[in-house]
Structure formats: structure tokens, C-alpha cells
Design a protein around this ligand. Sequence first.
Ligand SMILES: C[S@@+](CC[C@H](N)C(=O)[O-])C[C@H]1O[C@@H](n2cnc3c(N)ncnc32)[C@H](O)[C@@H]1O
Length: 455
Amino acid sequence: MVIKIKEDFAKKMKLLLKDDFEKFMMEYENEPYKALRVNTLKISVEEFLKISPFDLSPVPWCDTGFYYNQDDKPGKHYYHDVGLYYIQEPSAMAVVEALNPMPGDMVLDLSAAPGGKSTHIASKLKGEGLLVSNEINSKRVKVLAENIERMGIRNVVILNESPERLENKFARVFDKILVDAPCSGEGMFRKDEIAINEWSLENVLSCSLRQKKILDSAANMLKPGGIMVYSTCTFSPEENEGVIDYFLKNHSDFELIEIYNHEGFDNGHPEWVNGCSDLKKCVRLWPHLIKGEGHFITKLRKKGSFNDGNKASKKLNIKKIAAKDLFYDFSKKYLKARLDELNLYQIGQHVYYVPYEMNLSGLKVYKPGFDLGQFKKERFEPSHWLAMSLKKDDVNMIYNLKDKEIERYIHGETLNADVDDGWVLLTVDGYSIGWGKAVKGVIKNFYPKSLRNYR
Ligand SMILES: C[S@@+](CC[C@H](N)C(=O)[O-])C[C@H]1O[C@@H](n2cnc3c(N)ncnc32)[C@H](O)[C@@H]1O
């Protein structure tokens, strides 16, 4: 692997790293480490390790994270399609470990696409509480939604907004906020050639201005006593300690708190920005010190105590579902899981589940909740998202695809099988991959066209 580093960047790193600079530069000759994170919403780590076709070794700072070999291609395996894991850069896994969301928390992921950290947050929420997953970029929000769907996450709202507009709507609403900020990406040079080409000193400074603005907005949305994590995948002090130093000077109601320091993690460097000594509580991950790319993580606490009066009300005024009998008919006939007891409402032809009432009016909403399906021609058609969130014991009819049938299904072909007429959940080794609808032994394919692939 040959990586051409820009001269200005190398000069800057030499000044910062001094004796460690050579070791840092030598790392560019090695391949980046590759890892996956088990989706514990679908399978326990123990079960996954029993069926994993890959040779895995643990990522020390994340108990659901595992390195795989360079030759393995887990992105092409069916277990990826069924959402048993998310392929994620190992250092990135340390971010949500630092945030430590707990079941029941209201969590905002402010810059979420493609969804590595949102899906990690959701697995820690275990279906309880709410994840508001926001992405400003309208193309990237689609990819985010696909990943949330594949991982079968139910307690989520997906927004396509700017931090400033969210700030006006959600003052002091969230228990935990993640700001995984857009940055100059210096820590990803081994993985992302575009980051190398786009790098410049000017861009570093413009990123740092944007990061300060984003953090200012995020601060207002956190409850007193709440936790906010700020992270980047870049090395420049201007985007890291410099941003946090600015933030603390302008938000005296926040304090830095320690992050568990795994072997090989470095602390923050206040001396690089002439900042307060507390900045040592930040954490830096360097590719020459750990098995992962470059990252910076800060954990902040808003002083004061929780005021649950601000918590969004769990009781929903369930909007009347005009065609609700159709959904309930579907549910009674095909589902063992009692989804009809959830907080359901209808927008247009779609039926959604939303665990907490939130006022989303005036916002660009990509998905107002978990989309269960839609009414089409006087019938309820279940969504792929619903299929991905169901376990085999949640439904009355499953058909486990065998060998070539898996490939045929994800290519969009119809299948022949001896099953009763009606909706059938198709599975791979017992894990749902999508819907089929059987009529007289022929299963019509409902795998989304956008996901069909021909590997
Ligand atoms: C580092 S990436 C997020 C990665 C994501 N958290 C994950 O783990 O998959 C930063 C994101 O910030 C978004 N972004 C760009 N400008 C932004 C802004 N002004 N405010 C908020 N987010 C922004 C980018 O579109 C990008 O998706």
C-alpha cells in the first residue's frame, strides 16, 4: 500500500509528535485493521462466535467488536444482509463505549450517517428509550436509514436537519448526545484517499469553526446532568483540544469527565493549544499505538441534575389509524409479537411506531418512527424494516432459505416452496432476510429492489 502524504501535513505532525513521528509515519506502510461489531439486537456475542465463518479476535475497548482477517469479506456474506453485524473501523467503536447509553435513555446522534455509531447506540439501548438519529446531508440520510433498517432498530426517529434548527426545537430534551463531527479526516488517510486529496491547513481551520458551531447547538439540547461525547477522526489540535477549550470557555455549565483509558490510548494534549490542563481527560487513539485508525474522543457533562419534567411524554395520543383494521388483521394473522399494542399512528398510507411523543412539526423528517408498512389496494403490506426487526419466533410462518435459494431471493426471483398461502418471513439460518408472499406454493419476492444484488 502506497500512501502519499502532503508535505504540510507531515511537517505539522513532526512538530507535534517529535520522537514518535517516524513510528507514526511507518504505520502508513501497513494495511488498516478491519473489524465488525456484533448486532446484539439480533444475536448474542456468544451465539455469533459459534456460527461466525470468520476468524475473529476481540477489539479490546468494545466487547461486541472483533477484528477479522484482511482476506475475509464479511460485507459479502449473507450474515451481513440479515444484519448480524456492522462493519466498523475498530477505533470508531470506542466512541459509543465512552457515551455509554443505557436502556431508557433519550439519545441524539447529531451527525449520524452512515450509521456506525447510531447502530451501536441502538444496540446498547436494547429497544428501550429513543434514538434520534440525524444527518444533515440528504443523500447520506438514505444510507443511514438503510443501515438502521438492516439492523432491525425500532426505537428510532430519523431526521435530515441542521444542528441549528434542531436546537430551536429540542431545548434540554436529551439525556445523551453524540457529536461525531465532520472533520478533516486525517485519521482515515489509510482508508480514504479523498481525505488526503482534500486536506489543507485552510480546511482544518474551516472544520474547526464548523465544529464549534455544532457543539454550541448540541449543548442547548442536553438536559442538566446529561452527557455529551464529542469525537473526530482527525489529529489536528485545532479540531480537537482547540474546539473543546473554546467550548469550555463559553459553556461554564459543562465539565470534562474521564474516559476509561485502555492500554495504548493517549490522553489529550492541552499544550498543543495552550489550553486548560483538564484537556488531558480527552482521549487520543493513534494508529502507531493501538490496532485502529486515528480518533479523538471527549466526554462532557452538563452540570446540574436531571429534571424528568423535561422528558418527552411516553404516553402518545395515538393518532387514529384510518385503516387500522387492515393492520390489525395482518398482525393477528401473521405475527405472534403483539405489535398492535405499541404506540402506532398513520401518516399518509404508512403505519409507524413511535415510543415517545416528540413534536417534529416544521422539521425535515426522514422517518418519524419505525415504519411497519403501508396500505396498498385495501391491504396492508408489511415493510422490509418490519421483517428485519422480527425474530423467527415472532411470526406464524417462516421459511428458511436453503443454499441457492438465498442467492435467488436477494436477486429478486420468485421461489417455490410447500408453505401455506400468505405472508411468510424468509430466513437464513433462522435470521430474517425479508418477506415473501405465498400463493399456491409460489413465493412472490418482496426483497426491496434497492437492495437486490448480484455478487
Ligand atoms: C464523521 S461523519 C459521521 C459518521 C457517523 N457518526 C458514523 O459513525 O457512521 C460526520 C457527518 O457529519 C455530517 N455533517 C456535515 N456538515 C455538518 C454540519 N454542518 N452539521 C452537522 N453534521 C454535518 C456529514 O454529512 C457526515 O455524515
